[in-house]
Ligand binder design. Structure first.
Ligand code: GRF
Length: 285
């Protein structure tokens, strides 16, 4: 449920509390209203009670959601119920779907984990995979998961090429998952705080231009580091430089090689990148 609704544990607790408090207040008020109307207990009382509670419930839940900081969740929740009751209903009631683009140049294992993570999410849609590499494994991932893919051929500052695709798929948020090209400044300006990246080391160490893939892990091993890890960060105009959102660490063991370290880091990435992306999207929209 938490994954479907794209919420953190704390939010889930607040949402359940909102349901419980809103529901109780609604039931209490319903009984008071029926008392005021001096209705006799019986079938009529039950039917009237159910009607009153059904009408009051959305208002109570929305009211309680405000102090608990869950108003936008419940607003979208009620919109979804309305859309289900009236499938052809006015589109203005439809909750906003956040369209996400994944940019990747390689195998695409992170891209695939992200696609799977959001596959049942009704608020977030992985709308397109963009790659600069016609031979990238991520193109198979796209095909296998029925996500549209676009291959671009870009020069360093060619923001227009990216923006055209991002506009075509109405993209709201961008996830870099092993994308080896620099994202042009013109794209970053259009998506402030809405582009994230993952780096397979503890930034600012072992980051920057030329530090990617096995080069990172070889450098960590050669330097006899005692730990390494992953850094998930916002993207700015400098390689691996944006504000760090989350870091996770693992020990580097004496017997570790660049390959064994890369495998362990991949596992860490698959565990943390999708849920961190979900948290950022949740806070941003
Ligand atoms: C990951 O290690 C990521 O940290 C880095 O590129 C790699 C992509 O791997 N930015 P994959 O293509 O997702 O398997």
């Amino acid at each position: 449920m938490r994954r479907k609704w794209n919420v953190t544990k704390l939010q889930m607790i607040l949402i359940i509390s909102t349901f419980a408090i809103g529901g109780s207040l609604c039931g209490y008020t319903g009984r008071k209203i029926l008392g005021f109307l001096q209705m006799e207990k019986g079938a009529g009382w039950i039917i009237t009670y159910l009607i009153v509670v059904t009408i009051l419930w959305p208002f109570f839940v929305l009211a309680v959601s405000i102090p608990l900081g869950q108003f936008s969740f419940f607003k979208n929740y009620l919109r979804r119920i309305l859309m289900k009751l009236r499938p052809g209903a006015n589109r203005k009631f439809a909750p906003k779907i956040i369209n996400v683009a994944i940019l990747a140049s390689g195998t695409g294992s992170n891209a695939e984990k992200i696609i799977q993570y959001f596959s049942n999410n009704s608020n977030v849609k992985i709308a397109v995979i963009v790659t600069n590499n016609t031979a990238a494994g991520v193109l198979h991932v796209a095909k296998k998961n029925a996500v549209p893919a676009e291959v671009i051929s870009v020069k360093k500052e060619d923001a227009a090429v990216y923006l055209k695709i991002l506009q075509q798929y109405a993209i709201d948020f961008v996830i870099l998952a092993g994308y080896l090209k620099m994202v042009p400044a013109g794209v970053i300006k259009q998506f402030p705080g809405k582009i994230i990246n993952i780096h397979p080391a503890l930034l600012p160490a072992y980051g920057g231009s030329g530090m990617y893939g096995m080069k990172v892990h070889k450098a960590v091993i050669e330097a006899n580091e005692k730990e390494s890890g992953i850094s998930i960060h916002f993207v700015d105009e400098i390689y691996d430089n944006g504000e760090i959102i989350c870091q996770k660490r693992i020990p580097v063991l004496p017997e570790d090689t660049a390959e064994s370290l890369a495998n362990k880091i991949h596992i860490l990435e698959h565990e943390w990148y999708p849920q961190t992306a979900a948290n950022v999207i949740n806070k941003t929209f």
